[in-house]
Each structure stands twice: as structure tokens, then as C-alpha cells.
Write a protein that binds this ligand. Structure first.
Ligand SMILES: Nc1nc2c(ncn2[C@@H]2O[C@H](COP(=O)(O)OP(=O)(O)OP(=O)(O)O)[C@@H](O)[C@H]2O)c(=O)[nH]1
Ligand SMILES: [Mg+2]
Length: 370
């Protein structure tokens, strides 16, 4: 008998989203649920002009969902749209007491499972509290147990809710301070590193093959798995290659569509490892039928991080999964490298990287000499 929790995924989109977009996000939500170790037993979606303030989805959809839950004996229902605290409670009640969650809670849970370093754990706790705060409205029944007994005594005339909110804000302040200290420490140790070291960052959509490539390039043994967000904590390794000299390669957390804004804030410090890079290697899973959409999402994030001036090479990865006739014909943007990271480092890899980065490197050498 399987002990995996059963879950149903519910897509939701307004009139300005296409059915295709809603379905793309929904299938990704299913993968997220799967990455958390639950089994998706069903899914449904709704595209509607107006959201229900009480239950997000309309009454008809709610009844359909109720039937699906009964048929499949499901314990969890995950919505692909942020739910307010009261929507969450109303939905749970209307759906016979199932656990109700949304995309950001699932992503944060995955992150919580994967976080290993002290910094990663602090980031996840911060993201969770930032995510929880706006959901705490009248009649909030959340628990502050994870705050480890930090709940202060209630002042006269204060509701439990106000006390909880105050406690959370206080904890958020502490976490931000701690993360700032970690960042300062990291910047100091970075300064000690040799300036002339060439910095390469692997970025891209989650599950594209960044860690697999990292392992090939540096003989690191970082976890590469067919799961979303297998990597959370950045990993940096030194290498020496005749084409680029002494270099460091960094593997970081993958990108995803509809990333909760709190997670972006919490993981900005981690991503700053990449903002330091002399060259970005954008790893792309071409075997994914929706890879063009994934590229667009990564490019939008690159823009929001203001990395657009950095030299970048597209690494079209997993070409081994394409039929041979497609390997030479799919849409690609130069400069690029065709890759099958599970098989090894592509032959022209270092030449292309060196060529593309020579400009950046010259600037770097100038800075090192100055
Ligand atoms: N067939 C094939 N599979 C690959 C290739 N590269 C990676 N994979 C597989 O794709 C899955 C994801 O690879 P990872 O290296 O963990 O991907 P990632 O980009 O680091 O993912 P996150 O850390 O989750 O962001 C793993 O199961 C890899 O074995 C490739 O070139 N070909
Ligand atoms: Mg990884």
C-alpha cells in the first residue's frame, strides 16, 4: 500500500490568460506536487472573468471538485493561485475538510525539505513567514509552533491575532538581520578570493540539467535528480582549464514560472552568486515541449535581476532525447552549445565559453591590474 498523500491540482486563470497558459502552469503544479512526494490523482481548471471572493472558484466548479475528491478519496487540494486566509478556510470547509494549499505553499514546502545549509534554512523560514503574514486575517487559526516558543505574552486588550502578527514581524526582522550578516560574511570571503579568477554561473529553469553539467565540468558530486528544485543551496567549485585559466563555476537554484515573490526576496542573496558572474550559461531542456516558454520566463527573470549586460551562452541540453532529425533543426539563438550533459562535456564547450567571455575577461584583467 502506498503511503503517499493523494492530491488534486486545480488550475485557475482570469480572462487575460490563455487556456494554454493555464494548462502549462497546471502541469507544472502537478510536477511540483510530485516533487514533494505526493501523488496527483486528478486535476481540473477554471478560466473565469470573476474570482469568487469567498472560494476563488465558482459554485459549479466547487461541486465538480467535491465529486472528484470523493471518487478519488483525496486528502489535499492544491490551487494554482494565491489563496487568502479566509478563502483557504472556506474551501477546506466546503470540500469536506480536506487540506487546502496553493502554489507558493507547495514551493516553500519543497524548499524547506531541500534546505541543508544554515542560510538556506533561514531563507525558507523568511519566505514562509512573508507568505503567511498577509493570510493572517480575522479568525486566523494558524500555528506559531515553528517559531520555537518565541511567542510573547499578550498585552492588555490585544487579540491573539495581533500578537501573532507582531511576533511574526519581529521574527522577520531577526531573520533579515541574520541573512544580512551571512551575506556580509560571504562578501568578505569573496574579496579574499583572487580577483582574476573567472566566474561562470549556471542558470536556467528547474530540471534543465544545471547540476548534471556542473558535475561534468567540475567533477563535483552535487545532486542531480528528476525533481523540481533538486538544487537549493548554491555550490561553487574551482577548476583550471587552458582556455579560460583558473575559474570558478557556480550552480544555483532553478527558476520557475509564477515564483512566489517572497521566495525571490528570500533567495536573492543566493542568486547574487550569479550576479557576480563574468558569464552566464543558460541551461535549457530542449526535450521539454514547452522549452521556448521556459526560456522566456528565465529571460524575464534575467531582466528583472538586471543581468542583461552579461555575456551569455545558451546551452541547449538533453539533445539526446530529441529525434536525430530534430537535433540540427530546432529553434536556437546564438551563441549556443548543443549538449547532452548526462553523456559528458560538449566538445566545443570551452572554446565557445572562452570566445564569448574574452571581452568580459579583458575587462576583468584590467580591473585586476588596476
Ligand atoms: N536524457 C538526459 N537527461 C538529462 C540530461 N541532463 C540532465 N538530465 C536529467 O535531468 C534531470 C534533472 O537534472 P538536474 O541536473 O538535477 O537539473 P537542474 O537544472 O540542476 O535542476 P534543479 O536543481 O531542480 O533546478 C536529472 O534526472 C538528470 O539526470 C541530458 O543531457 N540528457
Ligand atoms: Mg540542480
Amino acid at each position: 500500500m502506498s503511503l503517499k498523500k493523494k492530491a488534486i491540482a486545480v488550475g485557475f486563470g482570469s480572462s487575460n490568460e490563455t487556456i494554454e497558459d493555464i494548462k502549462f502552469n497546471l502541469s507544472e503544479l502537478e510536477e511540483l506536487i510530485d516533487s514533494l512526494g505526493w501523488t496527483v490523482v486528478g486535476s481540473t481548471y477554471q478560466k473565469t472573468e470573476k474570482k469568487s471572493a469567498r472560494t476563488l472558484i465558482g459554485q459549479g466548479k466547487l461541486l465538480e471538485l467535491k465529486d472528484l475528491i470523493e471518487e478519488t478519496d483525496t486528502e489535499v487540494v492544491v490551487f494554482d493561485h494565491t489563496l487568502s486566509g479566509s478563502q483557504n478556510r472556506n474551501l477546506s470547509k466546503e470540500l469536506g475538510g480536506v487540506i487546502v494549499a496553493d502554489r507558493s505553499q507547495i514551493i516553500i514546502d519543497i524548499f524547506a525539505k531541500r534546505a541543508k545549509t544554515k542560510e538556506g534554512k533561514l531563507q525558507v523560514e523568511l519566505a514562509r513567514l512573508l507568505d503567511e503574514l498577509p493570510r493572517m486575517v480575522g479568525g486566523w487559526h494558524g500555528s506559531l509552533s515553528r517559531l520555537g516558543g518565541g511567542i510573547g505574552t499578550r498585552g492588555p486588550g490585544e487579540s491573539a491575532l495581533e500578537t501573532d502578527r507582531r511576533t511574526i514581524r519581529h521574527r522577520i526582522g531577526i531573520l533579515r538581520k541574520k541573512l544580512k550578516d551571512v551575506k556580509t560574511h560571504r562578501q568578505e570571503s569573496k574579496k579574499k578570493r583572487k580577483n582574476s579568477v573567472f566566474k561562470i554561473a549556471l542558470i536556467g529553469y528547474t530540471n534543465a540539467g544545471k547540476s548534471t553539467l556542473m558535475n561534468q565540468l567540475t567533477e563535483a558530486k552535487t545532486v542531480a535528480e528528476d525533481k523540481l528544485f533538486a538544487t537549493l543551496d548554491p555550490l561553487t567549485r574551482k577548476i583550471f582549464k587552458k582556455e579560460v585559466g583558473e575559474a570558478v563555476v557556480t550552480d544555483t537554484v532553478g527558476f520557475i514560472n509564477k515564483i512566489p515573490t517572497h521566495l525571490i526576496e528570500a533567495f536573492k542573496a543566493t542568486l547574487e552568486e550569479s550576479s557576480d558572474a563574468d558569464i552566464l550559461l543558460h541551461v535549457i531542456d530542449v526535450s521539454n515541449p514547452l522549452y521556448l516558454k521556459q526560456i522566456k520566463i528565465v529571460e524575464d527573470l534575467i531582466e528583472s535581476f538586471e543581468w542583461t549586460k552579461k555575456p551569455m551562452v545558451h546551452i541547449y541540453n538533453k539533445i539526446d532525447l530529441l529525434p536525430p532529425q530534430k537535433r540540427q533543426t530546432f529553434k536556437r539563438t546564438p551563441p549556443f552549445i548543443l549538449s547532452s550533459a548526462i553523456e559528458g562535456t560538449p566538445k566545443n564547450f570551452w572554446d565557445v565559453v572562452q570566445n564569448e567571455s574574452s571581452h568580459a575577461q579583458t575587462n576583468y584583467e584590467k580591473a585586476a591590474k588596476a
